[in-house]
Design a protein. Structure first.
Length: 495
């Protein structure tokens, strides 16, 4: 992998390669099943879990219905507390804003808190192009950065790596980014963590600028919230002189009291803990305490377009817990890189095509990266009906229709690659509308059972490459019913 998602192949092609990587599949199977079991135990402790889910969904839905009001309130609160708010319509604008703010300080390096939003915008590459080096400080993100890799999981970005691989990455690359790894470094977790701690400590103490995201932004007070397990986030949020936070506009919640709900839902769904070890909150700036300058960059980048879709907008409830990834049989086998996005798994399959639009074969393929088993919906702490959105997006891919792109209502055409599928479905619809034709077709298939190929020819081959063709029964249900029960079914009888 290289450090960019650009030019990624469609999901079927990427997954075809990743599912053949036996070490990757073993790493994913072990990690996701461990996390899943721990989460189930943590959730089972709460008798009111389903009511918490409903409350979280209700707060998010109410916020999205009045998002313009709460964003303006957030801006007013942050500004009143001494911060500065910037609005970014897309990834390029967000990167320009952050790069300009860093350059204005005269610094040429920044430390970073784990941030999905900056992964989405490709900020590290934009900073590098301006001569600014960004250091990831989350342990898993550090592993990904040192390995010139890409995150493959929302919660555990290096989930596709095992301990031996991490040791080798540290030995090979740490010296290129700062303090080298110890010569006798082993793959014991404690040794790997200590090597990372020593490597990062000098960066925390030296850095004058930090970049973060936020899990929540409270409109009422202008408070931003970051939850994490290692303490690296708090080092970044308190030691530098300038703090820049890039936050998706959907992360806003109306009031301080709403955090009570989400600070119960998020840790149990993500790390299977009753509460996060580190919950850091900051409101603007305070003389003599923390950064002297605080900048909040509010990122749209397709979120307003997603908000305009009555079915798809529920994806904006997402609190980035990764519970859907850990229960998804497709993710467990294909891994996160196959999704070609910072947002892998079921939530990525519905969020990426909406944020980016159906811009390439990759986005068109993601709604199909699911078995529609529904496990993701059952696990989601804010009750996002991911299967419903997947089916909705599949319809958009195949049929086209009216969507919102960059704020403008636009009619998109059906995907060209689905022309055969549309023709087959039209033919099937016609046959179902003509019972006699359907019965004759069923009888013809039954009489030629021995001649049927194991795979479909032509365009249908892509479907049967990954599926067994169902066996045709000796007779149709109608004929069986007519033969055994004497009911309708023969030619000329009512259907």
């Amino acid at each position: 992998m290289t450090g960019t998602y650009l030019g990624m192949p469609s999901f079927p092609r990427a997954a075809d390669a990743s599912t053949r990587d036996h070490r990757l599949r073993a790493n994913l199977r072990r990690a996701t099943r461990t996390i899943r079991a721990k989460r189930d135990r943590a959730v089972a402790e709460l008798d009111d879990w389903e009511r918490l889910r409903a409350a979280g969904a209700a707060v998010k839905d109410r916020t999205l219905r009045h998002l313009d009001h709460y964003l303006l309130q957030l801006e007013e609160s942050v500004t009143g507390a001494g911060g500065t708010v910037h609005w970014a319509a897309d990834a390029a604008e967000a990167n320009r804003i952050v790069t300009g703010l860093v350059l204005a300080t005269g610094e040429r390096e920044v430390v970073k808190v784990k941030s999905m939003a900056t992964q989405e915008t490709g900020l590290n590459a934009a900073l590098a192009a301006a001569g600014i080096r960004a250091y990831e400080t989350d342990l898993a993100e550090l592993i990904v950065q040192l390995g010139d890799d890409l995150p493959s999981h929302i919660l555990v970005p290096a989930i596709h790596r095992n301990r031996a691989e991490i040791r080798d990455i540290f030995r090979r690359r740490m010296a290129d980014w700062g303090l080298p790894a110890p010569e006798a470094l082993t793959d014991r977790p404690a040794d790997l963590a200590e090597a990372a701690r020593l490597h990062l400590r000098e960066k925390f103490l030296r850095a004058k600028v930090a970049v973060s995201g936020a899990n929540f932004a409270v409109a009422e007070t202008g408070t931003l919230v970051v939850v994490e397990s290692e303490g690296n986030g708090r080092m970044c949020l308190t030691l530098p002189e300038t703090l820049i936070s890039v936050v998706g506009i959907e992360k806003v919640v109306p009031a301080w009291r709403d955090l009570e709900i989400f600070l119960q839902l998020l840790p149990r769904s993500s790390t299977a803990e009753r509460m996060n070890p580190y919950t850091s909150m900051w409101t603007g700036t305070t003389d003599g305490d923390g950064p002297r300058a605080f900048h909040l960059v509010l990122l749209d980048n397709g979120r307003t377009d997603t908000l305009a879709d009555p079915t798809g907008r529920q994806a904006l409830r997402c609190i980035r817990c990764s519970a859907c990834l850990n229960v998804c049989p497709v993710y467990e086998r294909a891994g996160g890189h196959a999704y070609g996005s910072p947002y892998p798994g079921p939530i990525g399959a519905v969020l990426t095509p909406q944020l980016r639009g159906l811009a390439s074969p990759l986005e068109e393929s993601l709604p199909y990266a699911s078995s529609l088993c529904g496990a993701c919906f059952e696990a989601c702490p804010v009750a996002i009906d991911i299967p419903e959105i997947l089916v909705h997006l599949r319809e958009r891919v195949v049929e086209g229709g009216t969507v919102t792109l960059r704020g403008t209502r636009t009619v998109i055409k059906p995907a060209k690659r689905h022309a055969t599928e549309r023709a087959v479905m039209r033919a099937a619809g016609w046959a179902f509308d003509h019972p006699r034709v359907l019965r004759r077709g069923q009888r013809l298939l039954a009489r030629t059972r021995g001649l049927h190929p194991g795979r479909l020819p032509g365009p249908g081959r892509a479907w049967s490459d990954t599926r067994d063709l169902p066996e045709v029964p000796p007779e149709s249900f109608r004929d069986w019913w007519a033969r055994t029960r004497g009911g309708p079914g023969r030619e000329g009888e009512p259907s």
